[in-house]
Design a protein around this ligand. Sequence first.
Ligand SMILES: [Zn+2]
Length: 88
Amino acid sequence: MTSKKAVQIVEMLLEIKTRHKQNLEKPENDWGIDVVGRLVQREITSLSNEISWLGALKKEIAPPCKHPKKMQDMCEGQKYCMNCNLDL
Ligand SMILES: [Zn+2]
């Protein structure tokens, strides 16, 4: 079994960061080009970085399983791969 909680935490963070970035990028928000606009732009760049780091982290802790079906088994109602321990 994979560390389900760790994957869930990373997914939750990804969702929060992505939603925050999308809210900042909404076209109806006119942040202007002064201090506020620059701060928002910096925040968007920072969020983009965090989103890609979290995506890379998720891939590390839950890489997609490419093992054959015969390696699948069930544990407490959850199908998983006996080779890489990933929940399927
Ligand atoms: Zn696998």
